[in-house]
Design a protein around this ligand. Structure first.
Ligand code: KG4
Ligand code: ZN
Length: 346
């Protein structure tokens, strides 16, 4: 594929509406992301119907914006890539259908992108690291919807080494934050509260730490936060809340590092530990993961926050990799709310 070939990427699987145009050499011609946080905040979480309608309201305009900014017309594109799962079905239908419509109208190839594959391949985008990240690497996907250890051996070659037995790690942050009286999404607010706290005064359990395997379990930790608050002699003071937040964050960071160590032990040829998803923005989590990677003599690669959280640059990039291999999808491809990475063919 010509380095200058450009692909339009669309993302609408959760609560970010996004469009981006990338060249095959990885240069970003245009990108736009619209967060729906304000629309969902009153409900304390993502409401699927509100999300689908918001994608429908905003995605066509975002597409026009990035096309204008890139200075391209549709006929000048080499293809269209849209997230087609896993995620909320309403949003997936909006993005995939728009993408197929553009592909059909302009005779372009369409790529149905797996959202998890897009997160997994972000680390290989030129410019993320001074030297390109090489396969195989360990991916820790830490978001509001996912919590997985994945061996990334190549495009389309993934092996899930561990996953959560209950909540996703971002969900655990959000639930703990809610118990601490913080607004949704709670991760960033909990991190700020924890900054002034003592993680040792009110210790919390560290689920599965020291146990074999690479799975996660967060619901007990959330319950422990509720119990810690209930056991306080009176109403929680600012200091109590900060100490519990700090203990929660320390517990999560320690468990993530422990699971990462176990996963790396299964990957003797790993070249790096890559962290993606909103929780990878957390400084305590990053520090703990950096420690786990360093113990193996490996770097921790964490893409910049805007590429770690949901975005369309990663969708266009994954689409480009697939197009390069001639992996095009039919316009009849149905979006898949559940679409595991394991067994994805390349
Ligand atoms: O990847 P992401 O932006 O979206 C999806 O889940 O699709 O992840 C959002 C999650 C939320 O649960 C949010 O609370 C959490 O990431 N998060 C954080 C931080 N920033 C975002 N958790 C802990 N510390 C942070 N600084
Ligand atoms: Zn995501």
């Amino acid at each position: 594929m010509d380095d200058r070939a450009a692909v339009l990427g669309l993302e609408s699987s959760c609560d970010e509406t996004a469009a981006a145009i990338l060249r095959a050499d990885g240069s970003i011609l245009a990108e736009a992301v619209l967060s729906q946080q304000a629309e969902h905040a009153p409900y304390g979480g993502v409401v699927p119907e509100i999300a689908a309608r918001a994608h429908l309201d905003h995605l066509p305009r975002l597409i026009e914006e990035v096309m204008r900014e890139a200075g391209l017309d549709y006929a000048g594109l080499a293809g269209v890539a849209a997230t087609s799962g896993p995620g909320l079905i309403g949003g997936l239908i909006v993005g995939a259908t728009l993408g197929k419509g553009i592909a059909l109208a302009h005779g372009l190839p369409f790529v149905a992108v797996n959202h998890l594959e897009a997160h997994a391949l972000t680390a290989t985008l030129p410019g993320i690291t001074p030297e390109p990240v090489r396969f195989p690497y360990l991916l820790l996907l830490l978001s509001g919807g996912h919590c997985q250890c994945v061996e990334v051996a190549g495009i389309g070659r993934y092996r899930r080494l561990g996953t959560t037995l209950d909540d996703a790690v971002g969900e655990a942050f959000d639930k703990a934050a809610k118990l601490l009286g913080l607004p949704w999404p709670g991760g960033p607010a909990l991190e700020r509260l924890a900054a002034g706290g003592d993680p040792a005064r009110i210790p919390l359990p560290r689920p599965l730490l020291g146990r074999p395997g690479c799975d996660f379990s967060w619901s007990g930790l959330k319950t422990a936060v509720a119990h810690a608050l209930a056991r306080l002699p009176g109403v929680a003071t600012e200091r109590d809340r900060a100490d519990i937040a700090a203990a929660f964050q320390a517990a999560v960071a320690a468990v993530l590092a422990d699971r990462a160590r176990n996963a790396l032990a299964l990957m003797p040829a790993a070249t790096a530990l890559v962290a993606a998803g909103g929780v990878a923005a957390n400084a305590a989590v990053r520090a703990a993961l950096a420690g786990a990677a360093e113990a193996r003599g490996l770097p921790l690669v964490a893409p910049p926050i805007r590429l770690c959280t949901d975005n369309a640059v990663m969708v266009a990039w994954a689409g480009l990799q697939r197009l390069r291999l001639g992996l095009v999808d039919e316009l009849g491809h149905a979006p898949r709310p559940r679409w595991p990475l394991d067994g994805m063919a390349a």
